[in-house]
Design a protein around this ligand. Structure first.
Ligand SMILES: *[C@@H]1O[C@H](CO)[C@@H](O)[C@H](O)[C@H]1NC(C)=O
Ligand SMILES: *[C@@H]1O[C@H](CO)[C@@H](O)[C@H](O)[C@H]1NC(C)=O
Ligand SMILES: [Fe+2]
Length: 436
């Protein structure tokens, strides 16, 4: 037995050395074989937190000048109150909200607190405390700017592994204003404790900047007979401000921020032409004033364009594209971000499977770092409309500079270093005369 253990350690070291040498010799990364997936981290509650200490704090935009603050406490009831102000330790304002919880099989969630605060000033740091007067753990966030420029961080299929942690560190350094997540958050996959762990993992970032999310297949968590309701944990824990955009569902909504209209679509709810989502999307896109929001960005989970062998032919990709691509095209949407495929891929402007100067750029950014690992097989030859594809972990940054120009960069998570690996300038279709 002891010999076997020694041998396997030896083998591991040997593999590691061969691998490192391979990377070194590989140099330019032209055919960079990514390392394997990493295990789930499990972030436990901190020992010095009592049961009424706020945990899993995250924030999201509500309308133009408000913020939703969400957090969870265990066991001991504590008020849904947020005190906040623009100087540390001085809380000039306060607001009350709601407390809820949910059950999933034998699991009962802690108290989920949800408080909307504001009106808030743009581009301003606020200091805040969650809960009752005795919980003095101060947090802070920065509101986004009211005008361009603005920087979005974009990362999908995040999960909660060592790779996720590393990607989050890169995102934290990016000086972003708002994070956009095209689905697949915790990979809890019915183990509800993993939702709590995910909440703790992302809190340092998600309590400081708004995290705007939409759902992926891993959020559904529907089981035959024993738990028939879909999205129970997701809707309870990651409530977004859908009502502000006239949507009747947390699974799709839109918001305006600093000259950008962001549309979050739901790949795992009805999307056909008679569906509520379709009617809502049609009405939502009609209302967009490109003078006020020159940019339109859409997020979905399952990509409509994808030359990876993973997730080909799924209804959420094929049928949703067939139903909704025309609406996005007519509205002159600038960019569509998707997740689901655990890799990075950027297409040219495209509509109806063909390059089209008035169609959106489609980008798959499902490479946040979850435990399932990378999707590394591609369809050959590469379709002409696919301009860049690579199976590596990483994150993206969309810096919308002004009404006409935005820069997109993809940062590969290169053995825990962020390396800028793809970069393009986009021109808004609202300023492209041929498309008006
Ligand atoms: C919040 O609720 C507490 C307790 O009911 C109350 O004393 C306080 O005035 C409320 N604050 C606001 C801003 O409504
Ligand atoms: C918008 O930004 C681009 C890129 O920085 C710059 O070339 C262009 O002049 C800017 N347009 C205006 C109107 O400032
Ligand atoms: Fe997915």
């Amino acid at each position: 037995m002891a010999v076997k253990v020694q041998l396997s350690w030896f083998t591991l070291v040997a593999i590691f050395m061969v691998f490192s040498v391979g990377l070194f010799v590989g140099g330019a990364h032209s055919s960079y074989i990514r390392p394997p997936p990493r295990e789930d981290l499990f972030i436990s509650k901190s020992d010095d937190d009592d049961s009424s200490s706020p945990q899993q704090v995250h924030i999201s935009l509500v309308g133009q000048d408000k913020m939703r603050i969400s957090w969870i406490t265990n066991d001991t009831p504590s008020p849904a109150t947020v005190k906040y102000g623009t100087s540390p330790g001085v809380y000039s304002d306060s607001a009350n909200g709601t407390v809820s919880s949910y059950r999933y099989l034998l699991y009962k969630s802690g108290d989920i607190h949800d408080v909307v605060i504001g009106p808030l000033k743009p581009n301003t740091v606020y200091y805040y405390i969650c809960g009752g007067p005795d919980t003095a753990h101060e947090l802070s966030f920065k509101t986004p700017p009211v005008q361009l420029p603005i920087k979005f961080a974009v990362t999908g299929d995040l999960g909660q592994t060592g790779w996720t942690d590393s990607t989050l560190q890169h995102v934290a350094k990016s000086n972003y204003d708002v994070l956009l997540l095209p689905g697949d958050l915790s990979y809890a996959d019915v183990n509800q404790d993993l939702w709590d762990s995910f909440g703790r993992l992302v809190e340092p970032l998600a309590s400081q900047r708004p995290w705007m999310v939409t759902q992926g297949n891993h959020e559904v968590e529907k089981l035959p007979i024993v738990h028939r309701e879909p999205f129970t944990a997701y809707n309870a824990r990651w409530r977004m401000s859908f009502e502000e955009s006239g949507s009747g569902s947390n699974l799709y909504y839109s918001f305006d921020v600093a000259g950008v209209h962001v549309v979050m679509l739901g790949s795992y709810t009805d999307f056909d032409e008679n569906s509520d989502q379709y009617k809502w999307l049609e009405a939502d896109l009609k209302k967009v004033d490109r003078g006020r929001t020159p940019w339109i960005v859409v997020l979905i989970h399952a990509p409509w364009y994808n030359s990876n062998t993973a997730h080909q032919g799924e209804s959420e990709s094929v049928d949703m594209k067939a139903a909704m691509e025309g609406l996005l095209y007519q509205a002159r949407v600038d960019v569509v971000f998707a997740g689901h495929v655990h890799a990075y891929e950027r297409f040219t402007r495209v509509y109806n499977d063909k390059a089209d100067n008035c169609g959106p750029v489609h980008i798959t950014i499902g490479d946040g770092g979850n435990r399932e690992g990378l999707a590394s097989k591609y369809i050959d030859p590469k379709p002409e409309i696919s301009l860049f594809r690579e199976a590596s972990f990483g994150h993206g940054e969309l810096e919308v500079v002004n009404a006409t120009h935005a820069q997109w960069t993809w940062h590969r998570n290169d053995d825990d270093n962020a390396v800028e690996s793809d970069s393009i300038w986009l021109t808004s279709l609202s300023s492209t005369p041929a498309c008006l």
